[in-house]
Structure formats: C-alpha cells, structure tokens
Design a protein around this ligand. Sequence first.
Ligand code: FUB
Length: 342
Amino acid sequence: CSQPKQVTETEEIEELSVFAHSPLVEHIYTADPSAHVFEGKIYVYPSHDIETEVSEDDMGSHFDMKDYHVFSMDQPGAEVVDHGVALKLEDIPWASRQLWAPDAAEKNGKYYLYFPAKDKQDIFKIGVAVSDKPEGPFVAEPEPIAGTFSMDPSAFQDGEDYYLIWGGIWGGQLQWYDDQKLVEGRKGPTDGIPAPDQAALMPYIAKLSDSMTDLAEQPREVLILDENGEPIKAGDHDRRFFEAAWMHRHNGKYYLSYSTGDTHFIAYAIGDSPYGPFTYQGNVLEPVQGWTNHHSIVEFEGKWYLFYHDTELSGKTPLRNIKMTELTHLPDGKIQTINPMK
Ligand code: FUB
C-alpha cells in the first residue's frame, strides 16, 4: 500500500504559485466570485460577464449580464469545473436585466442562490432561486425577496442563523432610498448621496427566515465606524462603503469587508455581532486592474482564501476574470493586506 505524501513547505509554496493571482477560468469572463465550501469542495458563484453594445456610464449599464455559471474545485490549485448555466434571466419572472453579483447558501441539503437584478421598472431587487445541488440548476422564486432593495447580496451563516447582507451606491441605487423607501425623482448615481461631512450610506443586513426565501425581520443598517467611534463620512472615499459587502467570522470576531468603489480598495472592519457596529481596520486588497474590485473570503481545510477579480484577460472593465490567493489573519486579528500585482 502507498504511503501518504509528505508535503514540504517548498512544495506547498510551489503549489500555491500555480493558482495564486492567475485567472481561474479563461473560456468565459467571470467576476464577483462568492466562494463557499459545500460537500467538501470549493464552489464559486460569480457573475458571468459578456460583451455588450451598451455604453459605459456611472450607473454600471455596461455590466449587462444575462446568466450565472457555477464553478467547483476539489481544492485550491485543482482543476476548476464549469457546471454550465445555473440560472438565466429569461427564467426569472420578475427580472428585466443585469444579473449582478450573486451569492449562495446551503441549509438542510438545499441550496439557495441570492442574486440582484433590475425589475420591470428598472429598480434593483434581490431574488432567490433554489436547487437540490450546489451547482444548480436553480429555480427562481416568482417574486423578489420582499423588503430587499439595491444589489450585491451576500449570505452569511453563523451557526444556525443565516443572514443576508446587501447594498451598493451609484449603479447599485442605494442612494435612492431614505429609511428603506424609494424616493421619487432620484435618478442618477449621486442623487441622494449624503454631503461629504455626513455619515456615508451603509450596507443592510437582515436574518433570513427558516424557509431561506424571505427575510425574518426588518433590515437594519450596518454601521461602519472610524477609530473615534464616529460613522465613516460620505466624503471619506478611501474608507466608505460602496458595494460588495462580505462577512466572515474568525476567532469569534465578525469581519465585514467591502469595496470602496471609486477608490478601488477592498476595505474591512471588525465587530462583535453580525449587526455591527464595525470598526474600520484597513484594506484586505489593494486596487486591481479594472475599475471594480469585488471579493469573497472563505476557509478551506484550515487555511483562508481571498477570491477576487481583475481584467488581466481582456484589459476591459466589464470583461473580468476571477482569481484566488491565500489570505492571512495576523496574530492581532488584522488581515495582511494583499497586493494583487505581486
Ligand atoms: O458585476 C456587476 C457589479 O460590478 C457588481 O455587482 C459590483 O459589485 C461590481 O463588481
């Protein structure tokens, strides 16, 4: 019988360099990778970028995606399997366009794909689709999740509890809401953005119901505070929330990471509860090639990984490619900032 292979530190570093900072797939364009460990494998739920005639604007109209593919790999560095189309726009009764960044969760052997799309009135809502398998195909619920608005949902499991976190400004339309109500007449990317010295807009969180297809409670704003305990200001573009909220738990603390949008960082903040408040700490990821920066953080077999995207394959912002690399939590709980160019 064969002996188990002893992996040396050098071999481990070589293994890491096979996948670190390289596109995970090259046959289609992919972005916004949400990674989870399901059934002992890593599953990735990205956006599927496509070529489009739609011209670029500050509302993100050029991100005109029409379906989702799901990917899996047995472990980091292993072959990445494309499981094909998991859900398409034409099969979502309420949606009209723009299938943006999705995420997924598993509960009792069922899989839930949470996704944003514009409804028939061109307003972003968050929908859910269900499958018996992590790779789908997923069947969309007939209506968006009641009480949701804006985009970039991420699903966070904390023991028996599941939460949905979401929101994004500019093209994500969060600035069109006051007290979770759409304000008539707001149209552009900055209509409704607070003045620079006012608190920035923050992401939202709500617990999911037992069915996983509804919210169990009224959404709450997730506060991101500065070192003085004050909400990060709207004019603090290097630190304020823009989109792509992601939550993970490490050593009993909750980490909220997010994109700062026009300053292109993935920043993070730490708190004691999924509801926050969170205190800003620094950056997980420096700017990548391309305008958008969007990520996820997942633990697999005792190591932590960052999934992110850039535009290495196309050189064009709306045609991105997903990547992964190892992520380190330092002994003081901070995250070692990753430079994607290294
Ligand atoms: O992929 C479309 C949008 O671009 C996402 O929803 C944002 O987070 C940004 O990555």
